[in-house]
Design a protein around this ligand. Structure first.
Ligand SMILES: Nc1ncnc2c1ncn2[C@@H]1O[C@H](COP(=O)(O)OP(=O)(O)OP(=O)(O)O)[C@@H](O)[C@H]1O
Length: 669
């Protein structure tokens, strides 16, 4: 501790003497401060900044700040969690974590209350500009000018009044190599920590990686490094390419490794960078996605590479062959991943196709979409696909499940709140979901569960297209596309008085109803698509499914719909031994269908296709001569029809356990 004080004093003395020579004697070739700092002092002096200046420009007004935040929406969206994490590391050290935009305007900050008060006296707060031309040498502004990480301690700040600060900042570049902003940690100079700049640099690397992954979530991403152990680390180079090999973007590490000669100008392809064709790369990566490929750069240097993609690299049952590069190309339809589109969801069912076609017709039109369907049918996936298919695809998709959060939190979640709006509120306030969705899509799941009071406020937002955060007075304009979902019938809720009629007409510009899985005719294709996803995580193992299991899947009533089927497949894949590649009845979860029962059912598996709706077993009551089995069949069919295929409810009605009912259903099919 003492040693650190000695070092600080020596630094202070050096800087004091350098200031004296620079500011008082006008000597511009002083030693004692880093050349970056001296360069900045010279710029500031030439720009006419007075180092004794005491007056701060006013921070940007609220509306202005909201607009700037909106412009840096991606940056803020990705930085929020990282800043909170960094703040946790430095909590109680009398510091602040600050995010500023590319002009040096502070967009967001998190700080220790003790220090925040002092920082505000020098306008180190959201809305204030810390560009070098305004506030002289400081870490935020100078990091932006020099485009490099920098530490500015005590008297190295150009303005006398900022001499109590120590600040470490690093510029943040977007996935196209453009300056997006700057991350900074500022604190009291007396608490200077030599590791702070390293923490800032690491955080910025993580932030840039997140920005990159977010921007190219739907594309192919190549991760590489000259050293194999660095692939997968924060230092890895990342290149995004389209499905036909065009360069879309690269991160700083990739740029550095590839040298200045390469850019992602239109028409540039991977072949311009590496000594291997895009097709060969896909083929090799498709054959062995888990391992690293040794690839040569055009300059002959060797790098190690892995293809990272959210879309699977292989066709479900067909082995990828070396000579057949197109077979290894990613199939966008296979995985219900982030970038899924309406076209990807078309797997052949007529009722679903109707919903997809209707949804596609209103893309880009200002018409709210209401998605109806049982739980687990894929309403949220449909909403995401709708978002990714339309002109807002590059904007945010923000989801809120109205049934999953406590009623008293819905308001602040949706509308946000201003600083100190209520007990427990964060000092700096929070941006609500509606504002977060600006420029993109707001998905309100289980809208039928929204409390009436909230419905009135939501209606106002939809009518006025602006939102007022809780505790705030300023309105913030919002431009959102609204998609709502419900497993209940909203019209009935209106009739019961629990859903506002005016809001009902606002949210259901177009209603689409997604079919329950038991009603769908494309179960085979869904199974194969889910299998490709689930087995994809298991390395490059080719996993198939036995006909016995498949035909059972086709007849099973799936009360939990696609979600249940997905879980069953996930469990089955997990239960496969290492040398097994075929899902058999014994891999199915026991509660779904025990092996004995399955054997009982398979006699009818091949020739009896279960009808979409439950048969009325004759439809005229139980015949006088009915056997016990027929009576049972009649009772079960009736219960299943009455409960819309809900096994739990039907079991309750019949007075038997769910497992017993599943067993009996299996025998019946
Ligand atoms: N066509 C599909 N292909 C692959 N997976 C699907 C498909 N449809 C749905 N899923 C998967 O099934 C699960 C349930 O889907 P989702 O959450 O969209 O349903 P939901 O109707 O919104 O459910 P809830 O009403 O309970 O919120 C998700 O994991 C989703 O990825």
């Amino acid at each position: 501790m003492e040693g650190r004080a000695v070092v600080r004093e020596a630094h202070e003395a050096r800087v004091r003497s350098a200031r004296e020579r620079f500011f008082v004697r006008g000597d511009d070739a002083v030693d004692g401060v880093a050349s970056l700092v001296l360069r900045s002092w010279s710029r500031c002096a030439e720009g006419g900044i007075d180092f004794r200046a005491a007056v701060d420009r006013d921070p940007a007004g609220r509306a202005m700040l909201a607009e700037l935040r909106e412009r840096s929406g991606d940056l803020l969206g990705q930085a929020g969690g990282i800043m909170e994490h960094v703040f946790e590391q430095i909590r109680a050290s009398g510091s602040m974590v600050i995010l500023a935009d590319a002009e040096g305007v502070i967009l967001h900050s998190l700080g220790d209350p003790d220090f925040v008060g002092r920082a505000q006296r020098v306008a180190l707060q959201p809305g204030a500009t810390w560009g070098e031309a305004v506030r002289g040498t400081n870490a935020i502004g100078t990091a932006l000018v020099e485009q490099t990480p920098i530490e500015v301690c005590g008297g190295e700040h150009f303005l006398d009044r900022n001499g109590f600060l120590t600040c470490s900042a690093s510029p943040v570049f977007d996935p196209h190599g453009r300056l997006a902003g700057v991350l900074d940690i500022s604190g009291d100079y007396r608490n200077y920590q030599p590791h702070t700049l390293a923490l800032v640099r690491l955080s910025v690397q993580l932030l840039e990686k997140r920005l990159f992954e977010h921007r190219f979530a739907r594309d192919l991403v190549l991760a590489f490094h000259t050293r194999p152990e660095y692939v997968g680390s924060l230092q890895e180079g990342l290149i995004a390419v389209s499905c036909d090999g065009q360069l879309l973007g690269m991160n700083g590490a990739a740029r550095e490794c590839l040298g200045g000669a390469v850019g992602e100008s239109p028409g540039r392809t991977l072949d311009n960078l590496f000594r291997l064709s895009f097709g060969t790369l896909l083929d090799r990566a498709g054959r062995d996605p888990a391992s690293l490929l040794a690839v040569e750069l055009r300059n002959g240097q060797q790098v190690y590479m892995r293809l990272k993609t959210s879309v699977p690299m292989r066709v479900e049952a067909a082995p990828a062959r070396a000579a057949d590069a197109p077979a290894a190309r990613p199939r966008s339809a296979a995985k219900p991943c982030q970038g899924v589109t309406l076209d990807d969801l078309a797997t052949g069912d007529a009722q679903l196709q109707l919903a997809l076609d209707r949804g596609a017709r209103i893309l880009g039109k200002d018409i709210p979409l209401l998605i109806q369907g049982e739980s687990g049918v894929g309403k949220e996936l449909f909403a995401r696909a709708f978002h990714h298919s339309g002109p807002r695809r590059d904007g945010p998709f923000v989801a809120l499940n109205c049934a999953a959060i406590p009623e008293n939190l819905i308001e602040s979640e949706l509308f946000g709140y201003s600083g100190g709006a209520f007990t427990g509120a964060r000092r700096e306030g929070a941006v609500g979901k509606i504002q977060q969705a600006h420029g993109g899509t707001l998905f309100l799941d289980e809208i039928g569960d929204m409390p009436l009071g909230m419905q009135a406020r939501l209606l106002r937002v939809l009518q006025e297209r602006s939102v007022t955060p809780v505790g705030g007075s300023a309105q913030v304009a919002v431009d959102i596309s609204l998609v709502c979902a419900t497993h209940r019938t909203l019209r009935e809720l209106v009739r019961e008085g629990s859903f506002r009629e005016d809001l009902y007409y606002r949210v259901n510009g177009l209603t689409v109803t997604l079919p329950a899985l038991r009603e769908r005719s494309d179960i085979r294709r869904i199974v194969m698509s889910l299998l490709a996803c689930e087995a994809g995580g298991e390395g490059e193992r080719e996993v198939g499914i036995s006909e016995e299991v498949m035909s059972f899947f086709e007849r099973y009533p799936w009360p939990g719909n696609v979600r249940q089927l997905q879980n069953v497949i996930r469990v089955a894949v997990a239960l496969l031994d290492e040398d097994e590649a075929l899902i058999l009845p014994r891999h199915l979860p026991e509660d779904l269908f025990g092996t004995d029962e399955f054997d009982g059912a398979k006699g009818v598996a091949d020739d009896t296709r279960r009808e979409a709706s439950w048969p009325a077993a004759g439809g005229h009551g139980v015949p006088a001569t009915a056997s016990l089995d027929e009576i049972e069949l009649q009772a079960i069919s009736q219960a299943m029809r009455d409960t819309g295929g809900n096994v739990s409810a039907a079991a309750r009605r019949l007075g038997i356990s769910r497992n017993t009912l599943y067993r009996k259903l299996g025998r019946m099919s």
